[in-house]
Design a protein around this ligand. Sequence first.
Ligand SMILES: [Zn+2]
Length: 285
Amino acid sequence: MQLKDGRVEGVSFTEARWTGGQITPTVVVLHDTASRLTPGAAARYLADNARKVSVHFVIERDGRVVQQVPVGVRANHAGRSHYHGRDHVNAFSVGIEIVNPGRMEAAPGGFARAWYGEEFDINTYGIQELRTEAHGHGLWMAYPEEQIEAVLRLLEALFDGCDALEDIVTHWYISPGRKVDTNPLFPLSHVRARIVGREEPAEWQADAAADDIDGDELMQVDTRGDPLNMRRWPSFNPNVIDRIPDGTLVPVVKAGSFSGRRWVKVAFGGAEGWVVENYLKEPPE
Ligand SMILES: [Zn+2]
């Protein structure tokens, strides 16, 4: 992806109806659409709606990107907002809407219900119940890796092509108490670290929160044939550093629980990384 004359090349462009004057963006604001997941539905709404909302980019769950406002033109995505002493963040930002249902509540039978009534199977969609200070309590849908990769590719293009850009923020950060997007499962620190070069706390935080495993315990990868993803830190966000073949014996370094799941840090291929404990078993005697 490459930015040229305010447009990202190779990305389809549909002009939004409600836009403003010229701007020089210095921050990127990330949003959730809080919408149905049907491809194209959120983009159609954002292109023209009675609330006069618009945004520069929409990213579908499968990673497809649509642009609706040129990067140097004002869009109406942030509403009442402030960033480091400045109000009206629309006047100096690029908005990216990520398709996600937003905050959900528990529904019977292992489902989560979105604000518009649709229910999602908690296991199928990787939905987690979490409370954070910024978001409050809710059930939240994980972002597919394809979608996060598309966010990263788009941000790389924007930061490459737009010298004034200096930060990436979320809607909840610039409109605290009023907005909760992006949801708590969004890998914000990872994305900021990759694009803006901020410190990545998740890695050392995971190490600090986990228990050391003494001695020389070996476990065996047990994935029924598939390689096992080894990750830089214990989450399903895009952080795979290697793939360990089924049946491999690996030394265990650390173990801990993160977001309600057991993870184990193992050594493989000259590096250390995190794998889901369920895919390890005791080695044969
Ligand atoms: Zn928003």
